[in-house]
Design a protein around this ligand. Structure first.
Ligand code: HEC
Ligand code: HEC
Ligand code: HEC
Ligand code: HEC
Ligand code: HEC
Length: 448
């Protein structure tokens, strides 16, 4: 029922410390900016792919507002003040701005300065990766060989502009894991999307990240190229695209009886299942996403009541039930040197009593944090594993004043990108705290 995070054993490398890597690993300052071609230079011939990529978060991995705020206003000041996390000053950029990291332009200038750090995860970053160092892809342990040769997966292609090396590594999930697994300075797996995938049903069947995030459609690889089958689209749609979230979660409701008296109790079983994602929901930036189940009932007069979830009684369950009184994120005050900072609402605007599917990230003092680099332990892993149902029970005493007739019970699973209290405090764009529906359902019960 409660999934504990099964973590792969890994040699005790101290992450973010460059010396922990082998000599082949592309290190900080090893490749000047001009080693890489710009995205514009690829646009001359690959205009369609360039347009797709430009709309994705890959192109905005350094310039996106929330990324800029978290790096420049929390992570960087923390790295300069606290030796334990000093490695993130460079480390964040190993994935978010590989060009700046490799050029040794650390810390990079703010996006407004318009440097090449802004190119983010660019075409030439991915198409210069030939492999990774070690046994597990994580913490940008890429082997990087920029130059005339572009890595691809399709044999028999020719380009006058560049050489092509056919390298099946790009078709593997491990390729993505280089940046989608992350171990923080405390040795915690604060991102494990690839590990989750590998241990789950999609990994077992070999359905890759590319299959879901780079869907194939017929077309051409370059503007003047011959038509080919199944071109990999570079859409990389994830949580920032509501269409990717819609239907990602299946919600089913089963009232135990179909008819009740006005003075009765109603018991409704709910099953929530991750039906569409190849890894946990949420995955990746688990510390900041909020995914929750909200159930309410509307009587025949249109009066609506909220129904809180029944407790199961497992260790750490309090973290999974929304509580407007609960405070967290006190480490923001430590990082910013605010001695009287009491923290922020742990669950933001999630209604009291709703079930939250999360794995709490805990700072060295055991308080929930959105700073993944400051995570020293985890609370219980109560997320949605791929293709596994989680059961919930809702026991509800019908309130005085409920009308006879048809009672509609509705369940919805929502996601916000960032917990609303943090989004408000850091003045993030309103889109970061929008409620997006991932799945919903409705059943009826007759009240006599
Ligand atoms: C002058 C035109 C031109 C430019 C500029 C160009 N390419 Fe290409 N590229 C091609 C052609 C032609 C092909 C072969 C496919 C085809 O015929 O449609 C190709 C194929 C590829 C492939 C597929 C390899 C395979 O077989 O799987 C990759 C990857 C690629 N290019 C990456 C890039 C990147 C990255 C850039 C920018 C740094 C770039 N290209 C710039 C013309 C170009
Ligand atoms: C079976 C299809 C499928 C596969 C396989 C898959 N994903 Fe996803 N992925 C999704 C869907 C659907 C979502 C949106 C729902 C969600 O947030 O999980 C998503 C979301 C994401 C997110 C955003 C997660 C968050 O909560 O912020 C990332 C990052 C991601 N995928 C990367 C990957 C990587 C890397 C792999 C391979 C290791 C992969 N995905 C494999 C379907 C898939
Ligand atoms: C996050 C990494 C990543 C980025 C960024 C990226 N690509 Fe790719 N690209 C891939 C992968 C992975 C494949 C091969 C997937 C497969 O075959 O399963 C690929 C395939 C291609 C192909 C061949 C498609 C096919 O169906 O054979 C071309 C052409 C290409 N990329 C060009 C580009 C250009 C141009 C850009 C920049 C606008 C770019 N890529 C950005 C990862 C990336
Ligand atoms: C060089 C590092 C790197 C590699 C390699 C990489 N990614 Fe990412 N990816 C990132 C970063 C950084 C972000 C976060 C962008 C942001 O929001 O700042 C990201 C975000 C994403 C998202 C979330 C987008 C959203 O809308 O929320 C998806 C999906 C994704 N990557 C899929 C993939 C897949 C599939 C592959 C392999 C084909 C891959 N990535 C390879 C660095 C990488
Ligand atoms: C190992 C690669 C890696 C490292 C190192 C890394 N990130 Fe990320 N980061 C990612 C990926 C991949 C995502 C997208 C995950 C997702 O969407 O769930 C991401 C997402 C984010 C997001 C959320 C973006 C959004 O749009 O919601 C922020 C903010 C962020 N990272 C900041 C940082 C900071 C600050 C650091 C350094 C302390 C850092 N990252 C270190 C790979 C990395």
């Amino acid at each position: 029922m409660i999934k504990r995070w099964r973590v792969l054993p890994v040699a005790a490398t101290f992450l973010f410390a460059p010396l922990a890597y082998g000599a082949d690993r592309a290190g900080q300052g090893s490749l000047p900016y001009q080693s890489f071609e710009t995205i514009e230079s690829c646009a001359d011939c690959h205009s369609e792919i360039v347009t797709q990529h430009a709309r994705s978060l890959m192109a905005k991995s350094f310039t996106h507002e929330w990324d800029e705020i978290e790096y420049f206003e929390l992570a960087l000041p923390h790295a300069l003040e606290n030796q334990k996390v000093s490695g993130i000053k460079a480390g964040c950029n190993g994935c978010h701005s590989p060009l700046a990291y490799l050029a040794g332009d650390i810390p990079p200038k703010r996006p407004s300065a318009g440097t090449r750090a802004n190119e983010g995860v660019s075409c030439d970053v991915c198409h210069s990766i030939t492999g990774f160092v070690g046994d597990i892809p994580f913490n940008f342990n890429y082997v990087m060989n920029p130059g005339d040769v572009k890595q691809g997966t399709r044999p028999g292609m020719d380009s006058g502009h560049h050489e092509i090396a056919v390298n099946d590594f790009l078709a593997s999930a491990e390729f993505c894991g280089i940046c989608h697994n992350e171990k923080d300075p405390f040795g915690m797996w604060v991102k494990a999307t690839h590990i989750e995938w590998k241990e789950g049903p999609y990994g077992a069947k070999g359905i890759t990240c590319q299959d879901c995030h780079m869907p194939r459609t017929d077309g051409t690889l370059s503007d003047d190229g011959d038509p080919v089958e199944g071109v990999r689209r570079h859409t990389f749609h994830g949580v920032h695209f509501p269409e990717k979230l819609t239907g990602a979660v299946d919600v089913l409701l089963y009232p135990r009886t179909e008819t009740v008296e006005v003075t009765d109790k109603i018991i409704v079983d709910a099953t929530v299942m991750n039906a569409k994602a190849g890894h946990m929901i949420p995955s990746g930036s688990v510390e900041e996403r909020v995914v929750w189940l909200h159930v309410e009932a509307t009587d025949s007069d249109g009066k609506t009541w909220h129904i809180p979830v029944d407790r199961k009684g497992f260790d750490g369950e309090d973290w999974t039930v929304a509580d407007p009184e609960a405070m967290a994120y006190q480490d923001i005050g430590d990082i910013r040197g605010l001695p009287n900072f009491v923290g922020l609402s742990r669950d933001g605007d999630v209604p009291a009593g709703d079930r939250i599917y999360r794995m709490p990230y805990l700072d060295p003092e055991g308080r929930m944090t959105i700073a993944q680099w400051n995570t020293a332990s985890f609370g219980p892993d109560y997320r949605l594993p791929p293709l596994e149902g989680i059961g919930e029970v809702f026991t509800w005493q019908l309130p005085a004043g409920v009308s006879k007739g048809v009672l509609r019970i509705r369940a919805s699973v929502y996601m916000t990108l960032v917990v609303s209290s943090v989004a408000d405090y850091l003045k993030l764009p309103a889109t970061e705290k929008e409620h997006t529906v991932m799945g919903s359902t409705e059943v009826t019960v007759l009240v006599r």
